[in-house]
Design a protein around this ligand. Structure first.
Ligand SMILES: Nc1nc2c(c(=O)[nH]1)N[C@H]1C(S)=C(S)[C@@H](COP(=O)(O)OP(=O)(O)OC[C@H]3O[C@@H](n4cnc5c(=O)[nH]c(N)nc54)[C@H](O)[C@@H]3O)O[C@H]1N2
Ligand SMILES: Nc1nc2c(c(=O)[nH]1)N[C@H]1C(S)=C(S)[C@@H](COP(=O)(O)OP(=O)(O)OC[C@H]3O[C@@H](n4cnc5c(=O)[nH]c(N)nc54)[C@H](O)[C@@H]3O)O[C@H]1N2
Ligand code: SF4
Ligand SMILES: [Mo]
Length: 885
């Protein structure tokens, strides 16, 4: 394609690049030197020809621009488009900020999206690795460091089609692997060709994903919590290892603020007194990473003890009897195989070790009096809302931690009534998860062909599967048991819509594995790690180039219960980038499939179908009704098929505004309490467990954990929650734990989800690099011991890797714990030193329990770096491939 005017805007690509470069130069100056910018403006020659898009007299249009990055918000982003170019951006000014309808204001990432779409690092056309050769990969060891050659789409898709066919013909479909949380159209095409080995992930939720349903919580542990308008009714609001200010922007913080104003006491549990905890002046209950099981067992112990001492005023025994099984020997479930129970274990009947606050404190680092405080807080007369995210569960051997989190809440009877909840604060739903107000319509596109290959590799095992040629394939959900040990000979890797080299455990092995196979291809918007290590890279459009996007409603469709946001196209696809669907469609044709059958609908038709099918719970009747009014004129102007309908708001008004918010009123039809139906009538609305109740004793849990085959140290899982020393956890930081002798890697490290990025997305953006330095956070106690001050370059290492990062010294971390933010793009220099702080270089697939990715149980050492100080990330040139035209 040449530099032709294209699409809706009337700007040529050449003039666009010039304009956006000019706009960026101005913005770069605004960032650091306002006085310079003023001077520059004054110096501009009067009457000089201006680019139209920079001329305030030329009118543009506000467009709602999609912002959806697996980030934890669902914010309104609007961009002002003049002549096809985005010149300004704003966020939600559609309502006053109020409890009834808080503003959905964008975070710094959303406000930087302009650089994501229009940045100079956008990949412009397909490219192939210079030393790649068909079917063998050529010089495979050069993956990641090779140069690139620009190729046409035709050639790129010919190569991909040929490599797919050759791999399938020579080695079979099991030789293809989709690593990471892959989605998408391209994998659908490969499925139509016979499929590939897929992957299973514990991802965000760690051990909670497996156990929650077994115990009685729905939705992989997302569970149920009260409508967030209820938080004001709590006496205590517990943030159990969450950090909403960083990891769930959007409206969480708004409702927390309201709760704070109403006098709610905040409590935070975790290793770092993070910004959210600090903002609400929370009481800090210190717990080292991966030690929550010990902490919570001691909380249970203390509750039993105080209840005895205070004659039943702590534990709600009637509640336990009605809604749970297994608290003690009097309430065993019918399927129990072991004559042991939770109460007696906690008291030390079976192992001689009462799980006292002092016992837990030696492991979790929690002062015993804080364990007593927590137990006292949970007593039944207090209104306690506990909210957890999943940081505590992205740890090895925390398989009983979510059980305990639930169990101690149930002991206080904190469920199903105002102010009481044992809930979670999942970023995907920005507060209220269940009981939807909007249900999004279906796109009408046929479901992607199913993957005929039934072998599935557990995420932590993907790189070792490639390197060793064996893996445990998936058995009955959720296990990958040892009897499913299988051979695998991976020859081709597909990287699309995930960043597994950066985000799965053990990035070093990822690099090795990727260099082993015959062919690797990826889709990418910029030069991500996956793109860097591929043979062929296919440039894909960003959200802003898509025809439209509809978000909101429920936890599964992201993110905010009370709002729907419809984004519309900001600009036509840039350069030669194509949508995933377009790429898949063209690939389908290349491999001889019927592309029109696989992808029959236009993007407009799919977007229209989603809009037309969306329903809303009526504020008057509580029944779901069509959301949009659609006319014959709408249908003909869209050029789609459909029927007119009556709804709550017209299609054109909704798309113009880009947002529809439901105003909340106290006691309205949208009010709910977690598990309210079960609490009202547990027989008519049983939990999905063998007993129909919450199971503090769960035979299913014990049986499946023991069958999973990941626990290698001889430990036997019990049906009730017990303590297991975690692999790579606190105890492993000692050479001799009993005598307090530290080992080679004496520091625990966890990975906060960091504001500069959404996982790996945006890591390359200069605005965000300037705003967020991506340091390693170190406790002031540890820093003082090592002579490290704020800003010093620190070397972090363990047996697998070493990285450099600037230190951020803080009093808000427990000594012995460092925090290395999640998601930077791995950047290993010629000496083997990573300069980005890519956290998964340090993690290892030492999975245990159900085989989860134990990201937050990990050990390292660190010191002040003696070499040249690291330059700040924003001074490092953006990662842009050098390409031969
Ligand atoms: N800015 C930003 N926001 C994001 C994302 C992102 O990449 N960037 N990703 C999104 C996604 S997909 C997810 S899953 C969520 C993750 O959201 P979270 O899991 O809530 O985020 P984290 O930052 O990993 O951890 C939150 C807090 O948990 C505490 N913590 C760490 N380990 C432990 C532990 O073992 N026990 C206890 N009790 N506390 C612990 C730490 O103090 C930390 O501040 O964030 C979402 N939001
Ligand atoms: N050590 C450690 N590792 C972690 C975590 C941790 O806390 N510590 N957190 C874990 C968690 S909670 C999660 S959820 C995972 C996330 O892991 P990933 O899902 O692998 O992370 P992302 O960086 O969001 O990767 C998404 C990629 O898809 C691309 N992409 C987005 N939309 C599209 C699209 O429409 N089309 C195409 N073709 N590409 C698209 C993005 O540009 C990006 O490159 O990471 C996990 N990894
Ligand atoms: S929180 Fe997420 S949706 Fe909101 S502006 Fe930031 S990146 Fe966008
Ligand atoms: Mo996640």
């Amino acid at each position: 394609m040449s530099n032709q005017t294209r699409g809706k805007g009337s700007i040529t690509r050449r003039s666009f690049v010039g304009a956006s470069a000019a706009a960026m130069a101005t913005l770069a100056l605004t960032g650091c030197q306002p006085e310079t910018r003023l001077k520059k403006t004054e110096e501009e020659p009067k009457g000089a020809a201006r680019d139209k898009e920079l001329d305030p007299n030329v009118e543009g249009k506000w467009v709602t621009a999609c912002c959806n990055n697996n980030c934890g918000g669902m914010c309104l982003n609007k961009v002002y488009v003049v002549d096809g170019v985005v010149v300004r951006q704003k966020t939600d000014d559609t309502t006053e900020d109020s409890m009834a309808a808080p503003q959905l204001r964008a975070c710094p990432r959303g406000r930087s999206k302009k650089q994501h779409t229009f940045g100079v690092d956008r990949l412009k056309y397909p490219m192939k690795r210079k030393n790649w050769e068909p079917h063998t990969g050529g010089k495979k060891e050069l993956r990641g460091v090779d140069e690139w050659v620009r190729i046409s789409w035709d050639e790129a898709l010919d190569i991909v089609a040929d490599e797919l066919k050759n791999t399938i013909d020579t080695h079979g479909n099991r030789a293809i692997l989709y690593p990471g949380q892959v989605k998408g159209n391209i994998t659908g095409v490969i499925n139509a060709l016979g499929g590939a080995v897929g992957s299973i992930t514990s991802g965000s939720m760690g051990t909670a994903v497996y156990h929650s349903t077994v115990m009685g919580q729905p939705l992989m542990g997302i569970g149920e919590q009260n409508d967030r308008t209820d938080w004001v009714n709590a006496d205590y609001l517990v943030l159990y290892g969450c950090n909403q200010a960083w990891a769930s922007p959007g409206t969480y913080m708004y409702y927390f603020n309201e709760a704070k104003k109403a006098g709610v006491q905040f409590v935070f549990v975790g290793p770092e007194y993070n910004v959210t905890a600090a903002h609400f002046n929370a009481k800090w209950i210190q717990v080292r990473p991966g030690t929550d099981t010990a902490f919570l067992l001691a909380v249970a112990y203390q509750m039993f003890k105080s209840d005895e001492a205070q004659k039943g005023s702590v534990i709600d025994w009637d509640f336990l009897a009605k809604y749970t099984v297994g608290i003690d020997g009097n309430s065993m479930p019918a399927d129990a195989k072991v004559n042991e129970n939770f109460h007696d274990y906690v008291m030390g009947t079976y192992d001689g070790q009462p799980k006292t606050p002092e016992w837990a404190s030696a492991i979790s680092g929690t002062p015993p009096e804080d364990i007593v405080f927590y137990a006292d807080m949970l007593k039944r007369d207090n209104a306690v809302t506990t909210l957890r995210s999943y940081a505590a569960f992205r740890t090895n051997d925390s398989d009983d931690a979510n059980y305990l989190y639930m169990a101690v809440g149930l002991m206080g009877g904190h469920l199903g009534k105002p102010g009481h909840a044992i809930g979670e604060a999942y970023h995907n739903c920005a507060g209220s998860c269940m009981d939807t107000i909007f249900n999004l319509g279906a796109s009408g596109a046929p479901a992607a062909p199913k993957n005929p290959i039934t072998d599935i590799v557990n995420d932590p095992e993907q790189w070792s599967a490639i390197l060793t040629g064996t893996f445990n394939s998936r058995g009955p959900w959720p296990t990958c048991p040892p009897e499913n040990r299988k051979d695998i000979d991976t020859r081709l890797i597909v990287f699309t819509e995930a960043s597994p080299m950066n985000t799965l455990l053990d990035t070093g092995s990822a690099i090795e594995a990727v260099r082993k196979v015959d062919f690797v291809f990826s889709t990418a918007r910029s030069y991500t790690t996956q793109a860097q290590y591929s043979d062929v890279v296919l440039p894909v459009i960003t959200e802003w180039e898509k025809v439209g996007d509809l978000r909101g409603g429920s936890v599964m469709t992201l993110k905010n219960r009370e709002a729907l946001i419809a984004a519309t196209q900001v600009c036509e696809p840039l350069f030669e980038a194509k949508s995933d669907k377009q790429i898949a469609k063209e690939l389908a044709a290349k491999v001889g499939l019927n592309a029109d059958e696989l992808f029959p609908l236009s993007d407009e038709q799919e977007f229209f179908n989603m809009l037309a099918g969306t329903t809303m719970k009526s504020p008057d009747t509580g029944e779901f009704v069509p959301f949009l009014t659609i006319t014959d004129d709408d249908i003909s102007s869209w050029g789609v098929e459909g029927k007119p309908q009556e709804g709550v708001i017209s299609l054109s008004e909704f798309l113009d505004k880009g947002i529809y918010k439901v105003e909340r009123k106290p006691g309205d039809v949208y009010t709910y309490y977690g598990y309210q139906d079960f609490i009202k009538d547990p027989t008519a609305n049983p939990r999905e467990t063998p007993s129909g109740k919450f199971e503090i004793y769960s035979q299913t849990k014990a049986d499946s954990l023991n069958a999973a085959g990941y626990t290698k140290d001889g430990f036997v899982w019990k049906p009730y929650p017990t303590y297991k020393v975690p692999v790579n956890g606190y105890e492993a930081s000692f050479a001799d734990f009993a005598n307090g002798v530290k080992g080679d890697y004496p520091y625990q490290v966890f990975n906060p989800h960091y504001l500069r990025r959404s996982h790996t997305q945006f890591d390359n953006l200069p605005y965000l690099r300037q705003a967020f330095a991506n340091p390693v956070f170190i406790s002031s106690v540890d820093a003082a011991e090592k002579g490290i001050v704020d800003g010093d370059t620190v070397r972090i290492w363990n047996g697998k890797a070493q990285s450099l990062r600037p230190a951020s010294v803080t009093e808000r971390l427990m000594p012995g714990v460092i925090a290395l933010p999640h998601g930077p793009w791995v950047d290993v220099d010629k000496d083997g030193v990573d300069r980005a702080g890519a956290e998964n270089l340090f993690t290892s697939p030492a999975t245990s329990g159900f085989g989860v990715a134990g990201y937050n149980t990990n050990l390292v050492n660190f010191e002040k770096y003696q070499g040249d100080a690291l330059e700040e990330d924003y001074l490092v040139p953006q990662r842009i491939p050098s390409i031969q035209e």
